[in-house]
Each structure stands twice: as structure tokens, then as C-alpha cells.
Design a protein around this ligand. Structure first.
Ligand code: SAH
Ligand code: SF4
Ligand code: F3S
Length: 484
């Protein structure tokens, strides 16, 4: 639909429209005027850099920010020594916050040398009032701050910033709005994330996401499907459906629909080759979904199924709403129905009250499920969450448990990944290898990385690769035939 909006045809003498997304296109046209004037004065276009912290959802939001910057005329660059730099922040663990504070100092150094430079902060961290106070007090050189709920207003905020002096701050507490049809600048030509829902209602007791991303709301199937069709027409072969808990997709829509049904509809899109999704909360994973995955030719053989802990006592304190036994039974059912599936997970070590015996329970689950990969995190206390008020585990105990869990996970992953040694698999070629330009890197349906000799023109193609040598988490192989 956004093709209908021609920035040059928008009459800026009129008042901005009230309805969205028309209002944002009006402000994009205004920014474009500003950029033209900048070019005339400085003999060049201004440069912008978007830096992402955090999860795939933030990565997708950054593509929307870049889409607007590009539409109004900024030259998008990777270096942060630019005229406009925006950090899309994450606050899921404290180290994510610390990274931002550290790098802001570096940005200030650039800003002192570039009088045009503007610095913006957005994303999850900005939804925390204490963060805003700290930035106002200690980082006064920041020019623009907004949060997760009003990111659709970026063009309007950018206009305000370009026309004013001093720090512009606009953070909303929550929203039930979803604004469609704004421009997006994809990082990859051949694959794309798609938001299917926003927010989270689960309130796991350690997690800050529901506080900074608001309540769960699903996009309509119609909007999702037409977005995917548009992407496929533009060369995308793989989509990743994004939501904090995709298994509860559609429950709050006027016409409720299950996630499994949505997948069935997406499967029908011609030209689309691969469908991925994340994340699945174990408590909501239905038999219908397992069946749809089993029947599907496009849904990838990969399921990310966060465990968090293998101890029923800790799971209860975490408010995860499943027991160790229920999780094990679910994983076994999935492995039985879809034997070639890779199951990956997230694990937290050091949740308040966790004992070495609880960690043993987690290790037991890892050994039984045999994860193909797992992200292991040290518990991070998040202000405002119920777990922050609970008694914390001493650091040395956490460290010992963490090392043990990590070792177990590495062992099962190594065994699982090696299952395919010697076979021929379909690989989506993603990029030239960073360390050796003669090699290409791609992913199997189960998300395992494969490196093989090839040319850069294979990027975005699905090819058959013989998996010759397993090197722990990836394969070295050679291409057998080109299938698309
Ligand atoms: N919605 C997803 C997870 C989003 S956050 C889900 O429920 O699976 C990604 C991961 O970060 C979580 O799975 C959890 O393992 C981890 N995480 C969240 N809060 C954390 C905290 N306070 N400390 C450490 N890890 C945390
Ligand atoms: Fe956080 Fe739990 Fe929601 Fe995931 S499901 S985002 S861990 S509250
Ligand atoms: Fe971080 Fe926000 Fe994602 S807190 S993990 S960027 S939803």
C-alpha cells in the first residue's frame, strides 16, 4: 500500500493528516525537504546509522527505522560516525544496558567533531523511567528518545528533532495500536522477519519484556499474508514469523484464529520456500501445530522451545506454567512425530532460590531432550519484576552451575549436529564466509550452518550440499546440484 504514497506529491502547506499511516508520510515528506536543504548547503547527503541491540524483534524494528531514513533521503551506512545515529536498545539482561552506556561515550566523541550529528535512542530500554532519568542526568548530548509503543511515529519525531533544539523525549506507557504499511529497508534481500504479534502477557517472574513491550496484540492474518506476498514478489524465499509467544497468536483477534491455521495459510503462498518462527512457549504448543509442521513442506525442521529451568519448583517460581514432566513429554512427542527436527532452547542459571540440585534437574532435561543448540544465560535481576524481590543466589554458586550446564549443552549439541554427517541437504545460501572469501555460508532447514566452496552469486539460492565434515556446530561440505 505504501507505494500509493508519493512523498513529492504531498502538499506540505496543508495541516498534517490525523490518520495513520498518512500522517507519517506527511512527516517523511517534510524530512525530505530538510534533507534537500542539507544537501544544497553541504554538497552531500546526510549519513545515518542504525545500531541494533537485542532480539529479532528489535532487528525487525530497526529495518523499519532504516526504511524511513532511506525513504527521506539519508545515506545509510554501517559506521557510527554519521550525521544521525540511532541505537535500538534491549534491556532483557543488565549487560545489554551496560553496552549502550559504554558506547554512548564513544558517540559523544564523534559528536564533538561533527556539528551536524544527532543521537537518538529507542527500544525496550527507553520504556524504563529510571533509564530516562539517567540519560537526562549523565548523557545530555542525546537528542531524541522514544520507546517501543510509538516507533511508528519515527518520521514525526525526526521532524520535531530536525526543527528544534534540546532533547526530544516521547515515551508511551502502552498502546493497542498497530500501524501498517510503513516503509521497511531489509537487511537481507532473500529473507525477512515478519511481526505476527507484539507484546507479551505471560509475565514470567524474571522477565522485563511484558513491561517494556506491553500487552499481547496480534496482526490480522490478512495484513500478514499480504506483507509476505509483497516480500516474495520482491525476492524473499524465507520468512521468520516473530512474536514473544507465537503459540498464542490470534487469540485476541475479533475473528480468532490459531497459529497453526495461520501457518497453513502462509504455506499456500506461491514462491515462498521456507517458513521459520519464534518463539514458542511450551505451555501453549498444540497438537495441531505439531501436525501442521509434520505435514508441511515449507516449515523448517527447527523448533525453539525455551526451557528456562528443568526444576518444577523453579519453573513454578518463574511462573512458566509447565512442569519438568510436561516439558519432557512435549519434547518427546515432537521428536516422535518429526524425527528430523532440531530442538533448541533458552536456559537461565541462577534464578533466585536455585540450588545445585535444581541445576541437576536442568542438566537431566538437557540430556533427555538432547538439544541441537541452547542459549544459556546467567540470571539478571530486572527492577520491577517479581523475581527481583526474591533472595538472590551467590555469584560463585551461579558460576559453577552455569559452567556445568554449558558443558552439557555443548556435548548434546555436538552429538545432535553430527547426525547428518555424510548426507546431502538443502541449504539456503546466506553470505560469503567472513574468514575465507572462497567459501559460502548457508543454513540447513534445521538451522545448522554449512560452509562450502562457491561464488557470491549463490546468495539467496537453495542448493544441495553434501555434508562432508562436522566441526562441532557447523559442517564443511561441497555443493552437489543447484536446485533453484
Ligand atoms: N518470549 C521468549 C523469550 C524472550 S527473552 C520466550 O518466552 O521464550 C529471551 C530469553 O532471555 C528468554 O528465553 C530467557 O531465557 C532470557 N531471559 C529473559 N529474562 C532474563 C533475565 N532476567 N535474566 C537472564 N535471562 C533472561
Ligand atoms: Fe518474557 Fe516469558 Fe514473555 Fe518470554 S513469555 S517474553 S520469557 S515474559
Ligand atoms: Fe531485548 Fe526487547 Fe527483545 S528487551 S530481547 S529487545 S523484546
Amino acid at each position: 500500500m505504501y507505494n500509493e504514497f508519493h512523498l513529492d506529491k504531498i502538499d506540505l502547506r496543508k495541516q498534517p493528516p490525523q490518520e495513520e499511516p498518512a500522517r507519517q508520510y506527511y512527516f517523511m515528506a517534510k524530512c525530505q525537504e530538510w534533507i534537500k536543504a542539507f544537501k544544497q548547503k553541504n554538497g552531500r547527503l546526510p549519513k545515518a546509522c542504525v545500531t541494533t541491540f537485542g532480539c529479532q524483534m528489535n532487528a525487525r524494528d530497526s529495518e523499519k527505522l532504516a526504511g524511513i531514513l532511506e525513504s527521506v533521503g539519508y545515506e545509510i551506512i554501517e559506521e557510527e560516525n554519521a550525521d544521525f545515529v540511532i541505537y535500538n536498545t534491549c534491556t532483557v539482561r543488565d549487560n545489554a544496558n551496560q553496552k549502550v552506556y559504554g558506547r554512548l561515550g564513544v558517540l559523544n566523541g564523534y559528536k564533538k567533531k561533527n556539528p551536524h550529528m544527532k543521537i537518538a535512542l529507542c527500544g525496550c530500554m527507553m520504556q524504563e523511567p529510571a533509564v530516562i532519568e539517567k540519560i537526562k542526568a549523565s548523557y545530555p548530548f542525546v537528542d531524541l528518545i522514544f520507546g517501543t509503543h510509538n516507533i511508528f511515529k519515527f518520521a514525526e519525531l525526526l521532524t520535531t528533532l530536525l526543527e528544534s533544539r534540546g532533547m526530544v523525549i516521547d515515551v508511551w506507557e502502552d498502546t493497542n495500536r498497530i500501524v501498517e504499511d510503513l516503509p521497511v529497508e531489509r537487511k537481507y534481500a532473500f529473507k525477512s522477519g515478519i511481526n505476527i504479534m507484539f507484546g507479551c502477557n505471560n509475565f514470567c517472574s524474571y522477565c522485563i519484556v511484558p513491561y517494556v513491550r506491553g500487552r499481547e496484540r496480534s496482526r490480522s492474518p490478512k495484513d500478514i499474508i499480504s506483507e509476505i506476498k509483497r516480500l516474495v514478489a520482491d525476492g524473499v524465499v524465507e520468512v521468520m514469523l516473530l512474536g514473544q509467544n507465537v503459540n498464542s497468536y490470534g487469540k485476541n483477534l475479533k475473528e480468532p484464529i490459531t497459529f497453526a491455521r495461520l501457518l497453513r495459510e502462509i504455506e499456500k503462498i506461491e514462491g515462498l520456500r521456507r517458513i521459520r518462527f519464534m518463539t514458542s512457549h511450551p505451555k501453549d504448543l498444540s497438537d495441531e501445530l505439531i501436525q501442521v509442521m509434520k505435514d508441511s513442506k515449507k516449515i523448517c525442521r527447527h523448533l525453539h522451545l525455551p526451557l528456562q529451568s528443568g526444576s518444577t519448583r523453579i519453573l513454578e517460581a518463574m511462573n512458566r506454567r509447565y512442569t519438568k514432566e510436561q516439558y519432557l513429554e512435549l519434547a518427546a512427542r515432537i521428536r516422535k512425530e518429526i524425527p528430523d527436527i532440531a530442538i533448541t532452547t533458552d536456559i537461565i542459571v541462577g534464578f533466585p532460590g536455585e540450588t545445585p540440585e535444581d541445576v541437576e534437574e536442568t542438566i537431566d532435561v538437557i540430556k533427555q531432550v538432547k538439544y541441537d543448540n541452547a542459549f544459556t544465560f546467567i540470571y539478571s535481576k530486572r527492577t520491577g519484576t517479581p523475581a527481583a524481590a526474591m533472595e538472590q543466589v551467590p555469584e560463585a554458586v551461579v558460576k559453577a552451575g552455569f559452567d556445568k550446564v554449558l558443558k552439557t549443552v555443548q556435548n548434546t549439541a555436538r552429538e545432535q549436529v553430527a547426525r547428518y554427517q555424510g548426507s546431502v541437504c538443502e541449504v539456503l545460501v546466506e553470505e560469503s564466509n567472513e574468514n575465507d572469501a572462497s567459501l559460502m555460508t548457508g543454513r540447513m532447514s534445521n538451522n545448522t550452518l554449512v560452509h562450502f566452496p562457491g561464488d557470491a552469486d549463490l546468495v539467496g539460492r537453495l542448493v544441495m550440499v553434501s555434508l562432508d565434515e562436522c566441526h562441532g556446530f557447523y559442517y564443511m561440505g561441497h555443493m552437489v546440484t543447484n536446485i533453484s
